[in-house]
Design a protein around this ligand. Structure first.
Ligand code: DGL
Length: 270
């Protein structure tokens, strides 16, 4: 049994979808969440830059916060840096790509599946490799969705403009007649209603958030790292950008008041 906190990070608010799922599954765990909104979005950045940011955040979570496990609650950061973090950080590091891919393959009946994500995630080929490794028989169509993250970060999770963009970006997936679509960006579950309307009710939306939360709980239980305490764990939210914005937008997306958001200044750690 281990009472240390779970560390998680994302470029911004997207990882809150993973935090939500994890809190529902393991409410007694303490959580330290970093939203790197001072440097968001990660999606359009070169993967090397995302790798450097991810390593800095993971080091901070492990060394300064003393967390027992790190959840890379961001597909772009998982695609860019998971292997590096797993080799450099002394606590277990969990990404979202493998759990999400497994869930996608479990959901499909027809074998025609899709993944949407940021430009960084899709162009890294991480999902293409993972799905091919897990089951080379499945037919995967991927699409990058530039612009979706910005809609979420503006709190605009349903609008005419979003629907028009979604129609355009999701067209290749509709053409490929997929029956299951993995939301390969932790921001996208906040857009589920629009995505479902565009794809049609027969397509199953798979969220990497839920699957990642199950994976984290499995690792905690199997490695004796789960907290023994009863009751509700403490949550600490950090933002490297505007903390008031993080509080207001984050609380709206999270569906609960985040409480005080603590400023994080990377200059202090360089
Ligand atoms: N939420 C992040 C992901 O899962 C990316 C958002 C961004 O572009 O910063 O990929």
């Amino acid at each position: 049994m281990d009472e240390r906190a779970i560390g998680m990070f994302d470029s911004g608010f997207g990882g809150l979808s993973v935090a939500r799922a994890l809190i529902d599954l393991a409410p007694n765990e303490d959580i330290v969440y970093v939203g790197d909104t001072g440097r968001y979005p990660y999606g359009p950045r070169p993967l090397g830059e995302v790798r450097d940011y991810s390593l800095q955040i993971a080091d901070w979570l492990a060394d300064d916060c003393g967390v027992k496990i790190i959840v890379v609650a961001c597909n772009t950061a998982s695609a860019a840096a998971l292997d590096l973090l797993q080799s450099k950080i002394d606590v277990p590091v969990v990404g979202v790509i493998e759990p999400g891919s497994r869930a996608l393959l479990k959901a499909t009946q027809s074998g025609r599946v899709g993944v949407i994500g940021t430009v960084g995630t899709i162009s890294s080929g991480a999902y293409q490799r993972e799905v091919a490794d897990l089951d080379p028989e499945k037919h995967l169509t991927c699409a990058a969705c530039p612009g979706f993250v910005e809609f979420v970060e503006r709190g605009e999770v349903e609008s005419e403009q979003l629907a028009v963009l979604a129609e355009r970006l999701l067209a290749p997936l509709k053409e490929a007649r997929i029956d299951s679509l993995l939301l390969g960006c932790t921001h996208y579950p906040f857009l589920s209603r629009t995505l479902l309307e565009v794809m049609g009710r027969d397509v199953v939306l798979v969220s990497s958030a839920d699957e990642t939360a199950f994976e984290v709980r499995r690792i905690l239980n199997e490695s004796g790292l789960a907290a023994a305490r009863k009751g509700i764990g403490k949550k600490a939210f950090y933002s490297s950008g505007d903390t008031r914005w993080f509080h207001d937008m984050g609380s709206m997306l999270f569906g609960e008041d985040l409480g005080e958001v603590i400023p994080l200044r990377w200059e202090d750690y360089e």
